[in-house]
Design a protein around this ligand. Sequence first.
Ligand code: MN
Length: 452
Amino acid sequence: MSILRSGSATHVGQVRQVNEDAIVESISLYAVADGMGGAAAGEVASSIAIEALQAAYATMAPSLSSVRRAVEAANAAVYEAATAEPTYRGMGTTLTVVAPVTSDDGHERVVVANVGDSRCYLFAEGGLRQLTHDHSVAAEKVRSGELSEAQAAAHPQRHMLTRVMGVDEVVAVDLFELPVRSGDRLLICSDGLSNELTSGQVANILATIAEPRAAAQALVEAANAHGGRDNVTVVVVDVVVGDDEEQDRDLNAFAPISSNDRSTNDDDLTGAVPVVAPPTPEPTDDHKATSGVHGTPIASGSYAVLHQTGVIEPVVRKRSRLVTLRVLLFFALLGGIAYGGYAFITWFAASQYFVANHDGVLVIYQGQPGGTLWIAPKLVATSKVTTAEILRARLDAVAVGVREPNRAAAWNYIHGLHQEWTLTQATTTTTSTTTTTTPSSFAGVARLGSGR
Ligand code: MN
């Protein structure tokens, strides 16, 4: 049986205020999560993922499909939290898992699962190789041959992830099954380590420091010494006793290496072969795809599609991500236009005043007579001038609404109507009732008018 020994270390780094990385280190499960999201959400996402992963895996027998289901459960937990709590919206996390399992064929192996750009490396026979494939825009471009490793390291989108836990109901999990031998050293780390140190520097530390916890601490210290621009998290898992009867581990057959994939890798001082991604494996009819070649991802992006549609079709992740970005931009633009239109209509609706008859009294509305779309005119002032105190000839106009450019002009209009009528009253014989009403009405207009 395999015997593992592990050690871990995590540090906030030299720049960040909060450590958004999370870690699990138990006998049966090792994982690193690197959270992202506004406010404290990144921290929440990574810790939810780790807790849910542990809780789910604890109920299962150690196996490749258990690891996959536990990662999917962790994804669902983060997604639910992000959906339920507005301040957590959009949060996500990477997740890279190592778990010892007994395979269907009876061999003891290690399952590696990955979503995002936290990494798992194998340090064996003095060489360091990356087992996981980063799900970042730059790494996808390296795999498709568009970029060299060196170009990718300086690429502006090297931190933009193409796969993240918790942003969607389903997640595509990369799974690897690795035969392990005595003396193997597995390293799980967040990008805070891999961005600060070259693989040569990492290999040197792993080669020099035997005790796993001390090695993990030395790696974290080295990352901090090189700038520590991000949270740094490291788990070192040593295979004290492996399944050494299994002799067929051929790590050079790990991935078909095309000429573009490894054109330049100057920083690799140990001469370790950088592992580049095999092409996305063809989806198989069997959802519980079994490992054909050890170490190749035996589950891939095809899972999400299979589950959603039941139709087997290859998934081109890079493209779907670009489409997502375009769609986002499109909706942002659409949103901008819609908001512009809304703002204009709101402005237009309120841009005028009109005088109208409201229950026999002259009043001032803000807005357009009859309203604008869904925006009804708003009653903003009531005068004391009744429709009996203006000329009959003006009643029709007032019934429709007399537009004025501003509130003062509307008051002037009411004032004018009333004055016009008062003058006609003065030249004719009037009843006592009317003469007493006139001054009071007038005073009302003046008072209301001055109050604007
Ligand atoms: Mn990070």
